[in-house]
Design a protein around this ligand. Structure first.
Ligand code: NAD
Length: 281
C-alpha cells in the first residue's frame, strides 16, 4: 500500500507561499486572508485554527471575523461587502456552517471571484466547470494535487466519486474531467453504490460517514482518496473509508494527514494568487 501523505505536499506549498508572501511584504503588501465566521461550531473553529496556524507560519495575515450570535443574512452580507471593498484584504472565506435561516446562495455571490479563494461563488464554480482559470474549492484542488504529486494516471481512467456536494464532489468531478478521466458521481440516492465503487480505478470519497467504504466495496489496485473528516465518540479523527480498505487498495490517503493539510495550504496559495490578481486590477 502506498500511503498518499498530504503533509509533505502541504509543507512544500507553504514554503512557496512563504517566499512569495515575504516578497510582497518587502514591497509593503501584506497578503491578507479574511475568514468570516458566522456561527459557533467546534469543527469549524478547529478548521479556522488550522488556517490561522498555517497562515502565521508563512507570513500571510489571517483576519478572523467572528460575527455576533445569532447572525443574520444582512449582517453576513454587510461584512462580506465590506471585505470585498477593502483593498488590504486579498482573500475571503465564508466559514460554514451558516446560521439557520441563511442561505449560501444569497451570500456566496457577494464574494468577488478575484478574492474567492475557496471557490464558492457561482462565477468561480462556472469557470471551473468550463475549465477556465478560476479558484476551485480548495478541497477539490487538494484531491487533484495529491493525485498529481503521486503521479496517479488519470487519462482514460474510471474515477468514481462518492458525494455530490458543491465544495467537494461536484468540483472534483469537473477537475478530473479536465484531466481526461471518465467520471461517475454517486451519492445518497444512488441505488447500488458498490456497483460503481467496485469499478473505480480512482475512488474519491466525500460523504461524512465514518467507515462507509469497506474493503468489500472496492477492487484491488484502486487509488483511494478519503476526503471525509469525522470525529468519533472517543474524539478520534477518522475518514469515510474503513481501515480494512488498506489491505486491498493500491494507495490511500490517511486521515488525518491526507487531504486536510493540503486543503489549508491551497487556501494560502490561492491568497497569494489573489494578491497578484489585485495588483493587476
Ligand atoms: P455534504 O454533507 O455537503 O455532502 C455529503 C454528500 O454525501 C452528499 O452529496 C450526499 O449525497 C452524499 N451522501 C450522503 N450519504 C451517503 C451515502 N450513504 N452514500 C453515498 N453518498 C452519500 O459534505 P461535504 O461538505 O462534501 O463533506 C464531506 C466530508 O468531507 C465531510 O466528512 C467533511 O468533513 C469532509 N471535508 C473535508 C475537507 C478537507 O479539507 N479534508 C473539506 C471539506 C469537507
Amino acid at each position: 500500500l502506498i500511503v498518499l501523505d498530504g503533509r509533505p505536499i502541504a509543507k512544500r506549498i507553504r514554503s512557496d507561499v512563504k517566499l512569495a508572501a515575504e516578497k510582497f511584504r518587502h514591497d509593503g503588501i501584506i497578503p491578507t486572508l479574511a475568514v468570516v465566521v458566522p456561527t459557533n461550531d467546534g469543527m469549524a473553529d478547529a478548521y479556522v485554527r488550522a488556517i490561522v496556524k498555517g497562515a502565521m507560519a508563512c507570513a500571510v495575515e489571517a483576519r478572523i471575523i467572528k460575527l455576533p450570535q445569532p447572525s443574520t443574512t444582512e449582517l453576513i452580507a454587510k461584512e462580506i461587502n465590506k471585505l470585498a471593498e477593502d483593498d488590504s484584504v486579498h482573500g475571503i472565506i465564508l466559514q460554514t456552517p451558516l446560521p439557520e435561516g441563511t442561505k449560501i446562495d444569497d451570500l456566496a455571490m457577494l464574494i468577488p471571484p478575484a478574492k474567492d479563494v475557496d471557490g464558492v461563488s457561482p462565477t468561480s464554480a462556472g469557470q471551473t466547470l468550463f475549465g477556465q482559470q478560476a479558484f476551485a474549492p480548495a478541497t477539490a484542488e487538494a484531491v487533484l494535487a495529491i493525485l498529481e504529486e503521486y503521479k496517479i494516471p488519470l487519462e482514460g481512467k474510471h474515477a468514481v466519486i462518492v458525494g455530490r456536494s458543491r465544495v467537494v464532489g461536484k468540483p472534483v468531478a469537473h477537475l478530473l474531467i479536465e484531466k481526461h478521466a471518465t467520471v461517475t458521481i454517486s451519492h445518497s440516492r444512488t441505488k447500488d453504490i458498490r456497483h460503481f465503487t467496485k469499478q473505480a480505478e480512482v475512488l474519491v470519497v466525500a460523504v461524512g460517514s465514518p467507515g462507509l467504504i469497506k474493503s468489500k466495496d472496492i477492487s484491488p489496485d484502486v487509488v483511494v482518496i478519503d476526503v471525509g473528516i469525522n470525529v468519533t465518540d472517543s474524539g478520534e479523527l477518522v475518514g469515510d473509508v474503513s481501515p480494512d480498505v488498506a489491505s486491498v487498495a493500491a494507495a490511500l490517503t490517511p486521515v488525518p494527514g491526507g487531504v486536510g493539510p493540503v486543503t489549508t495550504a491551497i487556501i494560502l496559495q490561492h491568497t497569494i494568487t489573489a494578491v497578484g490578481l489585485h495588483l493587476i486590477r
